[in-house]
Design a protein around this ligand. Structure first.
Ligand code: URA
Length: 214
């Protein structure tokens, strides 16, 4: 579990939380956070020493982030779209998968928060043992959607790492994911207090998809 406490990430999160932030700034802020989360993920990746020759004809020791050659980013439609745009700036060679999964909201969800998940489009690339799979979804709330996404991912293969890239996570979602998939790594900018009776994260930022897409 990695909470990204970088001041820039915390500042951007504050803009996202603000109810007065409009669609354009909201979407651009999610792109920025995708980039910042990507930096933090890159920090945990492996690479190897290399040597290059500079224009002075001198050898210089260097580094290649080889793990970044084997990244798969999974876009959980639709709120993840701007987050993925940011992640792709850090991992431009990533292969991509798309899952359209959403919870079927039926009135009040408390106290169990067991949402039925509708998956109406699943298109994943082949997953190999050397791959790092990054599942992008800005809001990890009850965990129901993410559990459904993880089920699809593990149907396709067993990668080296599975990372959830989220902006805000709720304790219930984190607990459910780690209970079933203890090796999954969660990167988030904030762990919030909990969920309201409709399953929205509190204090949260509202409905990320609605705010990003108008
Ligand atoms: N999805 C959202 O967009 N917001 C929440 O608070 C929870 C799930």
């Amino acid at each position: 579990m990695k909470i990204i406490d970088h001041p820039l990430a915390q500042e951007v999160l504050t803009i996202l939380r603000d109810r007065n932030t409009g669609q354009i700034v909201f979407r651009k802020s999610l792109v920025k956070l995708g980039r910042l989360i990507g930096y933090e993920i890159a920090r945990t990746m492996r690479g190897q020493e290399v040597e290059v020759e500079t224009p002075l004809g001198v050898k210089a020791k260097g580094f290649r982030l080889t793990d970044a050659d084997h990244v798969i980013i999974i876009n959980v439609l639709r709120a993840a779209v701007p987050l993925v745009e940011g992640l792709l700036k850090i991992f431009p060679a990533a292969r991509q998968g798309i899952i359209s999964a959403r919870r079927v909201e039926e009135g009040v969800a408390a106290p169990e928060f067991n949402f039925k998940i509708e998956k109406n489009y699943v298109k994943l690339t082949k997953i190999r043992p050397e791959d790092t799979v990054i599942i992008a979804d800005p809001m990890l709330a009850s965990g129901c959607t993410m559990l459904a996404v993880l089920e699809e991912v593990y149907k396709v293969g067993k990668p080296k790492r599975v990372i959830i890239a989220s902006v805000i996570a709720a304790p219930l979602g984190i607990q459910r994911i780690l209970e079933k998939y203890p090796d999954v790594e969660i990167f988030t900018v904030s762990v919030d207090e909990g969920l309201n009776e409709h399953g929205y994260i509190v204090p949260g930022l509202g409905d990320a998809g609605d705010r990003a897409f108008g």
